[in-house]
Ligand binder design. Structure first.
Ligand SMILES: [Fe+2]
Ligand SMILES: [Fe+2]
Length: 162
């Protein structure tokens, strides 16, 4: 396995995709096993999903998408669609964060967010990343370290006491 510090941009972002997928699976498992129970655990997982996706979307929007835009002028439509999907996800995330208990409404919204993220991640994996890997002049290793340091900065901010 590639150590975290050596991941290029696509590997780093895909590691995030996999990590958040595991959280969605864990949420669904708890929701299915004991509806009405394990509410605090589910709510905690839902908040982690929201935090991780927020940081992930932000580093893509600040660093990854603009770099792709510069290196691949013909990727404009794909990137515009990706940004619109981020916007939709953020609206769902805000609704989940406003809920104070893991009930059926939260279960439904987390499942909806899971489906939306699955679709978005598939497009990044199948369309954006392959283009990025062959784009002339795009240094995915350098981008990977930029993404990682910004990610660490944002994670430190979100875990700091308010
Ligand atoms: Fe994205
Ligand atoms: Fe992504």
């Amino acid at each position: 396995m590639t150590p975290l510090a050596d991941k290029n941009a696509c590997e780093l972002l895909d590691a995030d995709h996999i990590a958040v997928k595991h959280l969605f699976v864990e949420y669904a498992r708890l929701a299915a096993v004991s509806p009405g129970a394990a509410g605090a655990d589910r709510a905690a997982i839902a908040m982690r999903i929201c935090d991780e996706l927020t940081v992930h979307a932000q580093i893509e929007e600040e660093i990854f998408y603009p770099a792709l835009q510069r290196a691949m002028p013909d990727a404009g439509d794909l990137l515009q669609e990706a940004r619109a999907e981020h916007q939709q996800a953020k609206e769902m995330i805000a609704r989940i964060q406003a809920m104070d208990a893991a009930d059926a409404a939260m279960d439904a919204l987390v499942a909806e967010l899971n489906r939306a993220i699955e679709h978005h991640v598939k497009e990044e994996r199948d369309e954006l990343f392959p283009k990025a890997r062959t784009a002339p002049g795009l240094d995915l290793d350098a981008l990977g370290s930029q993404l990682r340091s910004r990610q660490q900065e944002l994670q430190a901010e979100s875990s700091a006491p308010a």
